[in-house]
Design a protein around this ligand. Structure first.
Ligand SMILES: [Zn+2]
Length: 252
C-alpha cells in the first residue's frame, strides 16, 4: 500500500467523521440551527437601503392611493373608499417587508421560508391596525379627511420594517437558534418612532454565548425603551438561553 493511498484513505475517514460530527451537532448540539450569513449587510447599512426603498417606492405608492381616496371626484366610489386604501396599504407593506428581507439577507435568493413566514405574520398584524383606521375614516366626514395627515400616518407603517430587519440581523444572520425577547418598534410606547437598536457581541458562538445590548438613540425617551436599556446592558445569552423579567419591557 502506497503512502498516497493511506493518506487518501485517512482523508476519506476524516471526511465521514466530519459529516457525522456535523450531523450530531445539528441534532444534539447547541450549535446554531440556522445557517449564519456573516456577509449580510450590517444593521445601519441595511436600514439605510430600506429607507431609500421606502422613499423611492413605498411613499409614492402611499401618495397615489391617498390622492385617489381623498379626491372629491371619487366620493362614493370604490376608488374613494377606505376599504380599498387598506387593501393597497397591505400590498405596499408586503412588498416592503419582502424587499427589507432581501436587503438584510444580501439577496432575494437567500431569504428563507422562515423569514417569509415572519413577514406574512407582520402583514396580518399591520392589517389589523389598518382596519381599525378604516373604521375611523368611515366614521369621519370626507370633508374632514386631510390627505397630508393620512400620508404622515401611513408613512409610519413603513417604520415597522425596522423590527423585521432587526430580528433578521440579530438572529437569522447570526445563525443562532434563540430569538431576542423584543425588537425596536416592537411593543414599545414609541411605536414605529423607535430609534433603538440591538448590539450583539459574540462571546462564544460554539457555546451559544452572546452579550446583547439595547442601544437607544440620544433623542429618544420612551419609558419602555429606557427600561429595556437598563435591563439589557447586556442581556446575557448563555448556552442559547436567557432569563429576563419582562415587566415594564413590553407594552401591555
Ligand atoms: Zn426605542
Amino acid at each position: 500500500m502506497s503512502e498516497t493511498t493511506i493518506e487518501s484513505g485517512d482523508a476519506a475517514v476524516k471526511g465521514v467523521l466530519d459529516k457525522i460530527r456535523q450531523l450530531a451537532s445539528r441534532v444534539f448540539g447547541r450549535q446554531p440551527s440556522r445557517q449564519a450569513r456573516p456577509d449580510a449587510p450590517t444593521g445601519p447599512e441595511a436600514w439605510q437601503k430600506t429607507s431609500a426603498y421606502i422613499q423611492r417606492s413605498f411613499r409614492p405608492g402611499v401618495e397615489k392611493i391617498v390622492g385617489e381616496m381623498t379626491d372629491p371626484a371619487n366620493k362614493g366610489t370604490f376608488e374613494g373608499s377606505p376599504a380599498r386604501f387598506v387593501d393597497v396599504m397591505t400590498g405596499l407593506l408586503k412588498n416592503l417587508y419582502l424587499t427589507t428581507l432581501a436587503i438584510g439577507a444580501g439577496g432575494m435568493d437567500r431569504v428563507t421560508r422562515e423569514e417569509i413566514r415572519r413577514a406574512d405574520r407582520m402583514v396580518a398584524e399591520q392589517r389589523r391596525y389598518l382596519i381599525r383606521w378604516q373604521t375611523q375614516l368611515e366614521r369621519t366626514p370626507r370633508e374632514r379627511w386631510s390627505a397630508g395627515q393620512i400620508i404622515t400616518r401611513a408613512m409610519m407603517y413603513a417604520e415597522s420594517a425596522k423590527a423585521l430587519l432587526s430580528w433578521q440581523a440579530t438572529s437569522v444572520n447570526v445563525g443562532v437558534s434563540f430569538e431576542l425577547p423584543f425588537q425596536p418598534a416592537d411593543r414599545t410606547d414609541c411605536y414605529n418612532n423607535c430609534k433603538c437598536h440591538w448590539e450583539v457581541k459574540v462571546i462564544d458562538a460554539e457555546k451559544g454565548d452572546y452579550d446583547c445590548y439595547w442601544r437607544m438613540a440620544p433623542a429618544e425617551h420612551c419609558e419602555i425603551c429606557i427600561n429595556r436599556a437598563k435591563a439589557c446592558n447586556p442581556l446575557q445569552i448563555r448556552g442559547g438561553t436567557y432569563t429576563l423579567d419582562m415587566r415594564g419591557l413590553i407594552r401591555k
